[in-house]
Design a protein around this ligand. Structure first.
Ligand code: NDP
Length: 453
């Protein structure tokens, strides 16, 4: 089957040059899936995998807007409608200067498998722009969101494609995007998730990705009869996912000692408690400041600036039990993975999408640690978006406890699928294979049923 993987990847590489993140995401999946294709030649003859790596539709558009100085700015907007075999396209929007077609294709591809794992009827998509919200005024962000939606609105809809947030797109941006969609379409529908509570949002949606990633870690620990109680945890990022990861770890009795942003990271040996987390949430969500300010307030902590030329990220080089990468893709390379293992980390639950390089993943798997890949561990966010869609369709709202219980149940179900699928295909304990194969089978069978479309 290695020959098949090599041949298949050569074709994908030839068709998608200069898209390293997309190729990385595809390679990981194809390596897992090859055993399934061996057992099920019907998938091969129906060219299921060849179809899955080809987006159903790519939308690329100009986003012109005017800044506070009256200057015209031009950004690029994208929506990747990757696969709709099991439901409407679903996946977030990312606003970050690094955004390009390859990054969004990797995210859309991952999303197909992740959404399938949630047990909910959602296809996969992703979108965004190279717009950088950092340093922009509120009004500039609003104007940009409106200009972005002025094109996107014609491609999306509650039964077609339902975007949500991702890096750089939180409650504020979803609000501006939804407002413009509603004005242009003259209809109030659940076309976006992550909405405000009093206009169709779901309780627990902001918390869901972080909470879900910690629930997943707790499930993995449970297989060894352990819990998060007393565990020391490294968390990267300080945005939506990182903040609620910290909150849930504290709730379950663990201790978090790191957080970061793109300028550097803080190490607080005494632990980030509820009061310190409240400070971080205000710093990041209201004042939109930098993590460096944490050490001005809490003298127990040390700030280390980000060094772009360094071979490794020192955040991952502290003694700990668990790691929750929650910032961005490829933030753990092979050297970081080795440092984590040498420092005693034996649980990695990925809040971010594809935060570990392929070499890093191999090290985790060979070391037989509890390694939960993003498409399983961070699926709680999109799962709760799915719950928001259900509530919108029924025009009612569930309580906080109801949504949290459903989220918890879904994370347990995803964990079970990963474990059972990994076992069934001869690689017990390998959550990467479990997640890739578990996600693949449902989508592949739906594609088989629906013919060549
Ligand atoms: P936010 O924008 O809220 O936070 C992102 C955090 O990561 C910030 O602290 C940011 O720092 C940091 N970061 C972003 N890019 C880089 C970079 N290139 N280098 C270093 N730090 C960086 O985003 P989210 O918390 O929503 O998303 C974080 C990750 O989780 C992403 O991989 C996303 O795809 C994934 N995810 C998010 C879901 C969600 O529901 N929001 C669902 C599933 C996955 P700075 O402020 O300096 O840029």
């Amino acid at each position: 089957m290695t020959a098949f993987v090599n041949e298949f990847m050569a074709q994908v590489r030839a068709k998608n040059p200069a898209e390293p993140e997309f190729l990385q995401a595809v390679q990981e999946v194809v390596e897992s899936i090859s055993v399934v294709l061996e057992r099920h030649p019907e998938y091969r003859s129906a060219k299921i995998l060849e179809r899955m790596v080809e987006p159903e539709r790519l939308i690329i558009f100009r986003v012109p807007w005017v800044d506070d100085q009256g200057q015209v700015r031009v950004n690029r907007g994208f929506r990747i409608e990757m696969n709709s075999a099991i439901g409407p396209y679903k996946g977030g929007l990312r606003f970050h200067p690094s955004v390009n077609l390859g990054i969004l294709k990797f995210l859309a591809f991952e999303q197909v498998f992740k959404n399938s794992l949630t047990t909910l009827p959602m296809g996969g998509g992703k979108g965004g722009s190279d717009f950088d919200p950092k340093g922009k005024s509120d009004v500039e962000v609003m104007r940009f969101c409106q200009a972005f939606m002025a094109e996107l609105f014609r491609h999306i809809g509650p039964d077609t494609d339902v975007p949500a947030g991702d890096i750089g797109v939180g409650g504020r941006e979803v609000g501006y995007l939804f407002g413009m969609y509603k004005k242009l379409r003259n209809e109030f529908t659940g076309v976006l998730t992550g909405k405000g509570l009093n206009w169709g949002g779901s309780l627990i949606r902001p918390e869901a990705t972080g909470y879900g990633s910690v629930y997943f870690a707790a499930e993995m620990l449970g297989t060894r009869g352990e819990s998060l109680e007393g565990k020391t945890c490294l968390v990267s990022g300080s945005g939506n996912v990182a903040q609620y990861t910290v909150e849930k770890i504290i709730n379950l009795g663990g201790k978090v000692v790191t957080l970061s942003d793109s300028n550097g990271y803080i190490y607080d040996e005494s632990g980030i408690d509820r009061e310190k987390l409240k400070f971080v949430m205000d710093l990041k969500n209201a004042r939109r400041g930098r993590m460096k300010e944490y050490v001005d307030k809490y003298k127990s902590a040390v700030f280390t600036p980000f060094d772009a030329g360094a071979e490794y990220n020192p955040l991952w080089n502290h003694k700990a039990d668990c790691a929750f990468p929650s910032a961005t893709q490829n933030e753990i390379n092979a050297k970081d993975a080795r440092n984590l293992l040498n420092n005693g980390v034996y649980v990695v639950s990925e809040g971010a999408n594809m935060p570990t390089t392929i070499d890093g993943v191999k090290l985790f798997i060979d070391a037989k640690i509890l390694y939960g890949p993003g498409k399983a561990a961070n699926a709680g966010g999109v799962a709760t978006s799915g719950l928001e869609m259900s509530q919108n369709s029924m025009r009612l709202s569930w309580s906080r406890e109801e949504v949290d219980a459903k989220l918890h149940g879904i994370m347990k179900a995803i964990h079970k699928t990963c474990v059972e699928t990994a076992d069934r295909f001869g690689t017990p304990g390998n959550y990467v294979n479990g997640a890739n194969i578990g996600g693949f089978l449902k989508v592949a069978d739906a594609m088989m049923d629906q013919g060549v479309v």
